[in-house]
Design a protein around this ligand. Structure first.
Ligand code: ADP
Ligand code: ZN
Length: 518
């Protein structure tokens, strides 16, 4: 009879367990339930794969993504493990063959999509089998709070009633409190042992910059710090992916593109090249990366702001899986926030879901705007207390803040004077005393706030606006042409009862008073 360690050594080829893997394996192998919260790349798969081999019968693994399943099954088969998957791409013949193996007891792991698992036909089928365990991967899909809600996941709780004696293990890399509670609730895991790993990635160094010319900033970052290195660049839109990949290639960087609008064959080819060769920069939408396991990715760059801290953490976590120093670089601007808000508010989600997404967006912006340690900030988001890391941009170069009370008051009163009905660009033009047709038309050159902000340039003003938005002193009203609107929180400032400290622009000397190219 094999034990866990010998399976780890001889089948998977690893000398020892990592982190809490062994405890988790033992818990499930002995028939207990488990909830595993472990960051991406932490090694969740072994936590159910080894118990699957230790226990009699077939392990049923629920996984939301076909590509992910196929990867895992292929890897297992290469190791000589009897694994298969059933999904919409499986032919009838294959499916029949798989059922036969399962009945004969020669299959160790069977991966299925949740929809499939829930069909009466599949339920009937597995009721006749000896089942080793149920593993529910990407368990955050059960929660509205997760970044990838799938309604089918909520029905998986019925496994607890149908198969009360079969151990269940739920796994996810999303650890916030709310998601955790939802997983326990919907998957009926109140008796499960919870294994919470640290989300710290000590070899990842975070860096956040304000956007003025994202593509150029990206190129400088790659040239200065990662020339010739393998990296991933995340963009918000397909068009942006194409533009950026082309721009990098024109500038001598070996870059490929990946987004859902490309043909399947093209995507596959680019992904294969990226995995096989060294020094390729993959420019992609978030469609790229689930299940991609390339250990030596040296940097992950976001040239647009991700929509939530969870997305950011997952995506940037694809760097440095080999444990060597790696960079997470993020370039963000107020327009990103506005665009993301628009996508959320204009989307087809339920109202509650929109509120959730908006609050995640605010949390993301707060990460960008923090003057404290980035790592500490992101870990705190996942409920983990830590000390300043000493390696992120803010730790290395603590941002100086300045007393911005006076310019902020000017800005707030200007927003008020234009009736809270104009977007950032217009308000700043008024502050700078510029002329444009809209200013002329609305006679905003007659306002008392016209030209009172000439001592600062446009970039300064934009930075101030962004920081006020991050602090919820000002809102961008998307329904009304992205007008800047004051919130109640800014009243004490306007009344002169409060002062406020903000971060200056990173390259203060260059831009202050230089006329403000944006
Ligand atoms: P997750 O699902 O948590 O993102 P995976 O299960 O895909 O992580 O594992 C990430 C990588 O770590 C894989 O390449 C896996 O083979 C490797 N790995 C997992 N456990 C160990 C271990 N005990 N020793 C060495 N490598 C491991
Ligand atoms: Zn730090």
């Amino acid at each position: 009879m094999h034990d866990a360690v010998s399976i780890l050594n001889h089948i998977f080829g690893y000398p020892e367990f990592r982190g809490q893997q062994q405890e988790i394996v033992e818990q499930v192998a002995h028939g207990g339930h488990a909830l595993v919260l472990m960051p991406t790349g932490g090694g969740k798969s072994l936590c159910y794969q080894i118990p699957a081999l230790l226990r009699d019968g077939v392990a049923i693994v629920v996984s939301p993504l076909i590509a992910l399943m196929q990867d895992q099954v292929a890897t297992l088969q290469e190791l000589g493990v009897a694994a298969a998957c059933l999904n919409s791409a499986t032919s009838q013949d294959e499916a029949r063959d798989i059922s036969r193996q399962a009945r004969a007891g020669t299959l160790d792991l069977l991966y299925v999509a949740p929809e499939r698992l829930l069909t009466p036909r599949f339920q009937e089928f597995i009721a006749s089998l000896k089942i080793a365990l149920f593993a529910i991967d990407e368990a955050h899909c059960v929660s509205h709070w997760g970044h990838d809600f799938r309604p089918e996941y909520q029905q998986l709780g019925m496994l607890a009633e149908q198969f009360p004696h079969v151990p269940r293990i739920a796994l996810t890399a999303t650890a916030d409190e709310q998601t955790r509670l939802d997983i326990i609730h919907y998957l009926k895991l109140s008796e499960a042992r919870v294994f919470l790993s640290s989300f710290d990635r000590p070899n990842l160094f975070y860096q956040v910059v304000e956007k003025h010319n994202a593509k150029k900033q990206l190129l400088d970052f790659i040239r200065q710090e990662h020339q010739g290195a393998t990296g991933i660049v995340y963009c918000l839109s397909r068009k942006r992916v194409e533009d950026t990949a082309q721009w990098l290639r024109e500038n001598g960087i070996e870059a490929l593109a990946y987004h859902a609008g490309m043909s399947h064959a093209e995507r596959e080819a680019n992904q294969r090249l990226f995995l096989r060769e060294d020094g390729i920069v993959m420019v992609a939408t978030v469609a790229f990366g689930m299940g991609i396991d390339k250990p030596d990715v040296r940097f992950v760059a976001h040239i647009d702001m991700p929509k939530s801290p969870e997305n950011f953490y997952q995506e940037s976590g694809r760097a440095g899986r080999d444990g060597l120093p790696s960079a997470s670089w993020l370039c963000y601007g107020l327009n990103d926030v506005v665009q993301l808000r628009q996508m959320i508010e204009g989307g087809e989600m339920a109202e509650l879901q929109k509120q959730v997404e908006l609050s995640k967006l605010d949390a993301m912006l707060a990460f960008c705007e923090t003057a404290g340690c980035r790592r500490q900030h992101i870990l705190a988001h996942f409920g983990e207390a830590s000390k300043p890391c000493g390696h992120c941009d803010n730790c290395l170069h603590p941002p100086i803040t300045y007393d911005a009370t006076e310019p902020v008051r000017k800005l707030l009163s200007c927003i008020y004077r234009v009736g809270q009905r104009f977007p950032t660009g217009h308000v700043i033009d008024v502050l700078l005393g510029r002329q444009n047709p809209s200013i002329g038309h609305h006679r905003h050159d007659q306002l008392s706030t016209y030209g009172i902000g000439k001592d600062m340039n446009q970039r300064w003003w934009r930075s101030i606006v962004r920081q006020l938005v991050a602090r919820q002193l000002v809102q961008v009203d998307i329904a009304r042409g992205q007008s800047l609107v004051l919130t109640d929180a800014c009243r004490p400032l306007l009344k002169g009862e409060q002062s406020i400290y903000l971060r200056p622009l990173a390259d203060e000397k260059k831009s202050r008073g230089s006329g403000g190219a944006d």
